[in-house]
Design a binder for this molecule. Structure first.
Ligand code: SAM
Length: 287
């Protein structure tokens, strides 16, 4: 098995984790990159690592096994919104939002412009695939998805072209339709629409919005919540969501990757890290 994901802002992330932590939660295990770093930094911590995608959990299991760390980490299939069902005593919770490099390169679910069918579900038990949305939504709803989740200027033109040409079977077919309906000057005309579809299929923004208040309850007094977002829609929700909670914001401005990191891992360029802390005397929050 080849591991393809490069963890973003690794030093920055672990520097916020208390070295004497007893319980750490990685809400988005992916290929367990951050999980492993956290396990090494905090030798006495028990670690819970969640992922919605069972394929990613399998990859995480293999990576942890190779590092001899399988006994330190409990892998849990589920959304990060379910963390409070497992603990209310976390000293550190990490969310590294979105999808992993494996989803783009090897998952075969239509996240990139290949001949894979348009699926895009992270959790295989979700009912609707990207193909269901593309082939059965009204033109108006498609336009709204591309506008709201992709901030796509040509949302209307793209939605019209899709409705005229459907059924759309593969990710490559969808990207050809998009290429044919927007000006050529742009570098990757399909990026925004693919992002929008992924967000719609997995309700990614709703997941974050609902989870933040729940995660605040999962923290021990003095515990920290660190969230890495990758686009402005996510970052806006994280910024406002954290402010609305009874937490102390530790990063007035979000932290960004260094130029050196962006050179080595271009996928990190849009990463933004925000960290908040639960006040030490705020132990009496309700259920
Ligand atoms: C950017 S990757 C994490 C990479 C990981 N930090 C690493 O270093 O390998 C995001 C992961 O979060 C998972 N994910 C997305 N939304 C989720 C949710 N609501 N709950 C749990 N996992 C989720 C995805 O399946 C993906 O594996």
């Amino acid at each position: 098995m080849e591991f393809v994901h490069v963890s973003v802002m690794p030093e920055e992330v672990i520097s916020w984790a208390p070295q004497d932590a007893r319980l750490i939660v990685d809400g988005t295990a992916g290929e367990a990159g951050h999980t492993l770093l956290l396990a090494r930094r905090c030798p006495n911590a028990r670690i819970l690592a969640f992922d919605r995608d069972p394929e990613m959990l399998e990859r995480a299991r293999k990576k942890l096994g190779l590092a001899g760390m399988e006994n330190r980490v409990e892998l849990i299939r589920g959304s990060f919104g379910e963390i409070p069902e497992h603990t209310r005593e976390a000293d550190f919770i990490l969310l590294d939002l979105g999808v992993s490099m494996h989803h783009f390169r090897g998952a075969g679910r239509g996240f990139s412009y290949t001949d894979d069918s348009l699926d895009m579900r992270l959790d295989p038990d979700l009912e609707k695939t990207a193909a269901d949305i593309i082939n059965h939504s009204s033109e108006k709803d498609l336009k709204l998805i591309f506008q709201n989740y992709g901030e796509e200027r040509f949302a209307g033109r793209i939605a019209r072209a899709i409705v005229q040409k459907r059924p759309v079977r593969t990710a490559r077919d969808l990207s050809s339709i998009i290429l044919g309906s927007v000006p050529r000057s742009r570098s990757h005309p399909a990026t925004r629409v693919f992002q929008a579809l992924r967000i719609a299929v997995n309700d990614e923004l709703g997941e974050i919005e609902r989870a933040l208040p729940l995660l605040a309850r999962s923290l021990a007094p003095g515990g920290r919540l660190a969230v890495i977002s990758f686009h402005s829609l996510e970052d806006r929700i994280v910024k406002h969501g954290l402010r609305a909670l009874d937490l102390k914001i530790l990063t007035k401005k979000p932290l960004e990757p260094t130029e050196e990191e962006v050179r080595a891992n271009p996928a990190s360029r849009s990463a933004r890290l925000r960290v908040a802390e639960k006040p030490a005397d705020n132990a009496g929050e309700g259920p």
